[in-house]
Design a binder for this molecule. Sequence first.
Ligand code: NAD
Length: 262
Amino acid sequence: PKALVGRVALVTGAASGIGKAIAARFAAEGACVVIADLDATKAAAAAEELGTTDVAIGVAANVTDAAGVQAAFDAAALAFGGVDLVVNNAGLSISKPLAETTEADWDLLHDVLAKGSFLVAQQAARVMTAQGMGGDIIYISSKNSVFAGPNNVAYSAAKADQAHQVRLLAAELGAHGIRVNGINPDGVVRGSGIFAGGWGAKRAAVYGVPEEELGQYYAQRTLLKREVLPEHVANAAFALVGGELTHTTGLHVPVDAGVAAA
Ligand code: NAD
């Protein structure tokens, strides 16, 4: 039998990139899936790719808005009876040198990544503790939560905030059977809206390579000499919740082909 039959997943930012790949993998493993993203039309379109509304729905939700987050969980309850698997994936990036980083850049990144994932995890914990059956929360943090790089201070600091939320919530929610784990991807160029929307051009400039070669550039600096794609992050998400890692919480799994270990 499929490993996630009977489970209901809510994935933020799942109309694109890594989140979309995670939603697809969870659906393929039998879960019902709620795709929560900024744009209702895109969220609904991504859900439709996964099947009919009895297996996947799209909802508009801005993770920085507590009422919107609650509405997304309410929609999940209405459609599928609850939620027991939540992925904090919504995100964006701004790459600037320290001197050019504005207060607005800092606030936006911390609003979406730090506050947004807090609000989603808080609502997830409310729902899961009320259900009384445990659950899983996954944060898509970043290699940048741990390792420093140039022109990245606001994003990396917000990612480090997410990584510490993983540890704090693993401690607080463990007694309810709720496991909280993180994934630290790096260099997911192809398929990522963040990279396509300007981040890729800026990183390519930082590394001095043409943007179209950025995926290969990232691959050659890994230990495995492999390009990381959204489905590789989805594989790790499934590994965390598919049934074997029952006694693992507070873990950060790198999905970077070995960059962080180098
Ligand atoms: P993406 O742009 O393809 O996906 C991000 C999604 O988040 C988009 O659909 C966007 O609409 C949504 N989103 C943005 N702000 C939101 C908000 N306030 N509320 C709800 N949804 C919102 O990018 P991606 O590369 O798939 O990134 C997904 C996550 O992975 C992000 O948190 C990112 O920081 C993280 N990450 C990516 C990489 C990489 O190499 N691509 C590396 C490390 C971490």
